[in-house]
Design a protein around this ligand. Structure first.
Ligand code: MG
Length: 256
């Protein structure tokens, strides 16, 4: 992956700012009784009204059987990622945890971010899993430094789960982003510091720790998209698009 030009950095920064605003709005709507389709509709409407495009709708990731049918990926409880909110909509209930994963294209520039949100009061375990995963993302961001390696990020994320009962979903991970939804390099959520591609000023990456309260093995549903934990345990997912700058990484998708 190459360093971005000034124009690209500005475009991706604005894409990320807009995406963060949509996720903040979605977070305000998460409540018992709300349907997953309502949240997808809100996301799509807000993105289109801003003159932008939802990056996931119509996108076919490598290996997927068909284009993704919604703006938002919405994964509830034991759904890990890529839950489809608008085909067989669910009604959220108290105690659920919901991963909201969204991509936005602004003037051709792509950003990608996710948050996991509790629906009303959640279990202590669910809260700890969400907190650990959000901390893992922060640790990965802090490790994304000019002159370092991709493995520094992977290792920093993995360390946050040491001593917990939680498991990293090893088949999923972060990636380059900015010009397309998925670019090189793959950023594993586990690994060795000092290994992998060198981190350079101007790189844009989407970092996304994904973990479960049980084992880290997953299955894909018949819809071709929804990843679930094999053991039925709950999962959490946090993601930011970041820009690596001289003095450290800047988060482009603050949810505010
Ligand atoms: Mg992503």
């Amino acid at each position: 992956m190459i360093a971005r030009t000034t124009e690209e950095k500005e475009g991706i920064t604005e894409s990320g700012r807009r995406l963060g605003a949509v996720l903040a709005e979605l977070r305000r709507h998460v409540a018992p009784g709300v349907s997953t389709k309502e949240l997808d509709d809100i996301a799509e409407k807000m993105i289109l009204e801003g003159g932008d495009l939802p990056a996931f709708k119509g996108y076919t990731p490598e290996g997927a059987p068909r284009p993704y049918p919604a703006a938002l990926c919405l994964s509830v409880n034991d759904e890990v990622v890529h839950g489809i909110p608008n085909e067989q909509p669910k009604t959220l209930k108290e105690g659920d945890i919901v991963s909201l994963d969204l991509g936005l294209i602004h003037k051709g520039f792509v950003s990608d971010a996710a948050i996991t949100v509790g629906v009303g009061a959640v279990s202590k375990e669910a809260q700890e899993l969400m907190n650990t995963t959000e901390n893992a993302l922060a640790a990965g961001i802090a490790a994304a430094k000019v002159g370092g390696r991709v493995g520094d990020i992977s290792h920093a994320i993995e360390q946050e789960y040491k001593g917990t009962k939680f498991s990293i979903v090893k088949v999923l991970g972060g990636h380059g982003v900015g010009g397309h939804v998925h670019e090189e390099p793959f950023v594993a959520n586990f690994g060795h510091a000092g290994t992998g591609e060198e981190l350079v000023e101007g790189m844009v990456l989407a970092l996304e720790p994904i973990a479960t309260a049980g084992k880290g093995t997953v299955t894909i549903a018949a819809d071709g998209y929804t990843y679930r934990t094999k053991d039925g345990s709950i999962a959490a997912h946090f993601e930011h698009t970041i820009l690596i700058e001289k003095d450290g990484a800047r988060v482009l998708t603050e949810v505010a």
